[in-house]
Structure formats: C-alpha cells, structure tokens
Write a protein that binds this ligand. Sequence first.
Ligand SMILES: *[C@@H]1O[C@H](CO)[C@@H](O)[C@H](O)[C@H]1NC(C)=O
Ligand SMILES: *[C@@H]1O[C@H](CO)[C@@H](O)[C@H](O)[C@H]1NC(C)=O
Ligand SMILES: *[C@@H]1O[C@H](CO)[C@@H](O)[C@H](O)[C@H]1NC(C)=O
Ligand SMILES: *[C@@H]1O[C@H](CO)[C@@H](O)[C@H](O)[C@H]1NC(C)=O
Ligand SMILES: *[C@@H]1O[C@H](CO)[C@@H](O)[C@H](O)[C@H]1NC(C)=O
Ligand SMILES: *[C@@H]1O[C@H](CO)[C@@H](O)[C@H](O)[C@H]1NC(C)=O
Length: 598
Amino acid sequence: MGIMRTLQLLILLLPLAAAIQPSAQDPVPGQRFRHLKWGSINFLHTTDKLGINSHGWHAGHLQEPQYSADFGDYLSFTSHLRNIAEENGVDLIVLDTGDRAEGNGLWDATDPMGKYTRNFYRELPLDILTLGNHELYNGTTAQNEFLEMVSYYEGFSQISRKFVTERQGFRIISFGFLFNFTRNYKNTRVKTAADTIKESWFQEVIHDIDVDLFVIIGHVDIHSIEFTQIFEAIREVHPNIPIQFFGGHSHIRNFRILDNKSTALESGKYFETVGWLSIDGIKAREAPDNTDNTSMVVSRRYIDVNRAGYQHHLGKNATTFDTPQGLLMTERLAKYRAGLGLDRLIGCAPQDFSLSKHIYPGPQNWYSYLEEHILPVMVYNKERSQVPRFIFINTGSQRSDVFKGPFTYDSSFLISPFTSKFIYAKDIDYSIAIHLRDFFENDAGPYKSSDKSENPLENRQQDTAEVDIQSSPLVNHDQAPLTHSQPRHKYSRVIGYATIDDAGTDGDDTIHIPLKRYPTPNVIQGNASFPEDWESYPPAKIDIVFFDFIAWHVAAGLNEITGTKDYSTEDFLPYMRQEDTMTKLLLDYVAKYWGRDC
Ligand SMILES: *[C@@H]1O[C@H](CO)[C@@H](O)[C@H](O)[C@H]1NC(C)=O
Ligand SMILES: *[C@@H]1O[C@H](CO)[C@@H](O)[C@H](O)[C@H]1NC(C)=O
Ligand SMILES: *[C@@H]1O[C@H](CO)[C@@H](O)[C@H](O)[C@H]1NC(C)=O
Ligand SMILES: *[C@@H]1O[C@H](CO)[C@@H](O)[C@H](O)[C@H]1NC(C)=O
Ligand SMILES: *[C@@H]1O[C@H](CO)[C@@H](O)[C@H](O)[C@H]1NC(C)=O
Ligand SMILES: *[C@@H]1O[C@H](CO)[C@@H](O)[C@H](O)[C@H]1NC(C)=O
C-alpha cells in the first residue's frame, strides 16, 4: 500500500484502522513490466476468483504482495481504463467467467453464503459474465445467484446477447457456456455445448449476418472440446468473422490460437491475474465474410493483481490512482470483514507448508501434515473411535499454502473452504481398503477440482530457469519479501508466473522467476486407531471415512477392487456431524495445537 493511500484510508477509516490488513502491501518495487497494447476493441477478463480478494491473503509472506490489490483497486483500475478508452475512441469490455462463489471468508462466513459478495460484483462495470460450477453445487447459492445476479442483469443479458459497442460500433454477439458439469444441485440444469449448438435458437442467432465479432465466454478450459465445438459451429456459418473466446476453470494463464481470426484467453485464478486482450485491424460493418484482406492483430497480457502494476499500466501513481468509488469499496470490504471477525487470530502456524512447492510426501508439504497430524486426530466418531480407519480427502479440497505466523479465521476459508461432510463405509476388509489409494490415483475423478496449475506438466512454465523453493539460496524464510536483484540490470524480479502459450513467452505483464512445482496425489490418506503391531497383525476390518464429495468414487473403487457391484453410495453413513466441515476441523486443530504466540 502506497503511503498516500494509507493516509487517505486512515482518514476515511480511522475507527476501522485495525481492519486494514498489513497484507495490502505494495509488491517489491522496481519490477519490470510489459506494456498493455491497446486495439480498437479491448477486453479486461477475470475468472475463478472464488470469492473476493479483500486483503484476506496473509500478511507478510513471500508471494502474496504480488497479488495484494483488492476489489476497490480493481474498480479504480477499470474506471481509469474506461477513461483511456473514451479518450482514444476505442471500446473496453469487462467480463468475468465465473466461480465467484466460495473460497474466502467474505463469501463463506456469511449466512447465506455470498450475502455481501454478490453486491460487490454487481458494482463492477461488468459487460458480460457467466457462472461456474461453484455457483451450482449448493441449492441456496444457485437460487440466490438466480435471484440476485440473473435478475439484476436482466434486460441486457441472457444466454446470448447482441449489442453494439459504444465507440467503434462493433456489432457483437455473445454467449456464455459451462463445461459438461454434472454435480449441479437439482434446482439447476446444465446443458452441454454439444447439445446447445444444435438447438434452433442457437443456429438462428449465429446465422445473423449483421455481426462483426463473436465473443464466447465460458467457465471451461480454453483447450476444451466445448470451445472447439462452438468454434466449428460458428465457422461453418461464418468462415471469416472474428471469434474471441474467454475461458476459465482450469486455473491457468493460457492463450490459444484457433485460426487467423479467432483466439482464446484464460486468465488464471484466485484474483491473482487480470487478463487483457486487444484486437486491432478489424472494422465494424465491413462484411468480413467477404473481404479477408484485413489482418487482425490480437495482443494479450496477464496482469498481476497489484497496485504497482495497475498504476504502471495507467501511467498513474499512488496519489492519482484511487477513485472515490474504489476507496469506498475498499472501505466497505474492510468493514464487512471486521464485522465477520475474519482477522481474528486462531493460532500460529509453526512453519510454512505448501501444496506443491515442496515435495510430497515431506515435512513441508501441507498434504503430508494433514495425513500425519490433522486427519488422524480431528476426524473422529465417538462410537467408532476404537475402529481402525483410513481417512480420505481429495487434494482439490485444499486451496492455499499455509504460511508461518498468524492463522486467522479467514485463513481457514482460504485454505479449505468447502462444506463437504465426512461419511463412512463400515467394516471394510483391510485387504480391500489398502487398494483404494491406487484406485483414486488411476481414476479420472474430480479430485483436484481441475486445478491444473498444481500439476507441473500442465503448468506450461518455462522450466529452464525454475527455482526450487526447497533448495534455492534465493529463498530466505526470515527475510521476506523474496527479491532477486539482478546485477546485470536495475530491475528486481520475484517468483511468479512465466507463462508459455500459443503466442510465446511474453504474455505476463511482469517478468518473473518461475517456480518449480511438485506433483501431488489425487487423494490423501490419513489413518487412525491402528494397533501398534498392525504391520504384523493387520486388522481384519476397518472403517473408511471420506468426504461425501468423493462418495461415488469410493463406491466405484470398492466395486472395482472386489469385482462386484456390492457397494453403493446409499450404504454410506454420516461419520461426523453436518457442521464438522474441514474448515471447522482445521480451526479447531489450529486453536488446540498451534499456540497463539506468533
Ligand atoms: C447451502 O447454503 C446454505 C446457505 O448458505 C447453507 O445454509 C447450507 O448449509 C448449504 N448446504 C449445503 C448442503 O452445504
Ligand atoms: C465431459 O467431457 C469430457 C471430455 O471433454 C469427458 O471426458 C467426460 O466424460 C464428459 N463427462 C460427462 C459427464 O459427459
Ligand atoms: C485466414 O485463414 C483462412 C482460412 O484458413 C484463409 O483462407 C485466409 O487466407 C487466411 N487469411 C490470412 C490473412 O492469413
Ligand atoms: C480489401 O479488399 C477490398 C475489396 O476486395 C478493397 O476494396 C480494399 O481496398 C482492400 N483493403 C485492403 C486494406 O487491402
Ligand atoms: C503523482 O502524479 C501527479 C500528477 O502527475 C504529480 O503531481 C505527483 O507529484 C505525483 N506524486 C508522486 C508521489 O509521485
Ligand atoms: C497410514 O497412511 C500412510 C500414508 O498416508 C501409510 O504409509 C501407512 O502405511 C498407513 N498406515 C496403515 C496402518 O495403513
């Protein structure tokens, strides 16, 4: 946080000063940026924010200052960009591709969940938005999304939208899609892209000839079959009209070139990234189907979500950056956070734990810590406490690294936001149960919540210069922030994304040092109540305890291992109470075992 902004906030917020997180720090100064290239039409894209970055990420740890800007800052950023667009007579379209629900305290700690979050979204100048799978798991969430979001945008948005841009007069047709998600609550319906593109209304809309550009957004990976199917359906009708895709869900920065008039952008996750895309070389009302002598130029940027970068791209400084609306939003976020007690200290993490920056299994890996320490003591049922048990949770249930130092109420939601319940299968043969882990590892399942960024193979980073946090001399845990001053030039570099995409290696707005990631399993296994001599005398039968989220796969695994059809999700019973979510168990564990002397 710049000095001037601190002052302004203090003036606005004196009674709430404690709510302004020290985490809202500026990133390391002196980083090297790549500029935004403007076109005649420009897009600003967010996706998979899973809640709102409201200074909820922890203070003082290694990387988060790089992503420390909040929603108020984003509001200021968009409003300045709109002014620039206006001054230059070009268009700016702001869009979001879903998964706004779940993932931090401001969403998860309210009743009903998301009570405040939706209001904040509605205040963003969004032109096109769609929803993700996380808006559809819970019936109440889905219903409120319908009542408070769909109805709010009614009039200008539905499943498809045709509009003309304000300044360049581009006639745009836009659609929103979701991947073939099937775990939606029963008050909602998900239609696949393959079926939708065959429907007559869709065909009618795409046969429109008064169109300059299709903008397809989707909560779906940009290399998915869905985008390819939609692309082919439109190309069949319009061989040359530009089609611009924006995707999400797989949590990566990526850019795909489909043909010389069509590209797709995916803009990361967790409000670490704002995607920028500009198109030049196309003109409105040029009947592009008939004249293919224009050369369309597309430029993309992945913007790190911090105030220094925003200011750089706007040519502003800490004094001139904030707008009154942006500051007001920051203030309100702080007020709600304070009201929810999100900054309440629960305990002190004794060390850093990471999901994939440290090898699994290992002493600094969070999954190992869960297996060895947390699951065995916290997942417990009085009646069954003597029965040996395996406890399985899918790794996608864990969302963030844990940093040495204060662990707040909010941390519990950042790390483990989901409301899955613990259920169990009673008295399973030990000889069968020991094969479940291998089954999960070889099963496609939804175990990782499609977080491809945790998988080094799909991380698409420039692995030549990767830094291994486990052995790197660059990393000194007592000495945040993590800088690496390069003697050759005056810029500083921090660890972060080094994206490789169809357009090359120059997409990131900030030049980073890429970080090595280690592979993680699909499912982890804790175990408890085994006798000392279990290796010589294994128990005959044990309990298998797991999240209801993976119940179907547990049944499928048991059936496959036994070569039967004996197991069904209907045979599984509650193991803990409804309210004993992983979030709550984590809070209880931290309060009990981690001390409060940070
Ligand atoms: C769904 O959301 C509502 C409201 O936030 C909450 O009370 C309820 O427990 C949730 N249901 C499930 C199954 O998690
Ligand atoms: C969804 O699509 C993927 C491929 O894109 C496929 O592997 C999977 O089986 C599909 N799932 C359903 C439920 O149709
Ligand atoms: C773009 O691609 C189409 C079809 O592949 C081709 O006919 C056309 O010549 C290409 N145009 C340019 C400018 O490369
Ligand atoms: C494109 O083609 C049209 C008609 O074929 C022609 O009138 C126009 O001058 C061309 N534009 C360029 C930039 O070559
Ligand atoms: C910020 O920019 C304004 C306008 O360009 C200038 O007057 C002011 O001195 C700058 N402030 C700082 C702290 O650099
Ligand atoms: C408990 O789990 C670990 C790995 O999670 C495993 O290596 C160990 O053998 C398990 N113990 C029993 C009794 O199966």
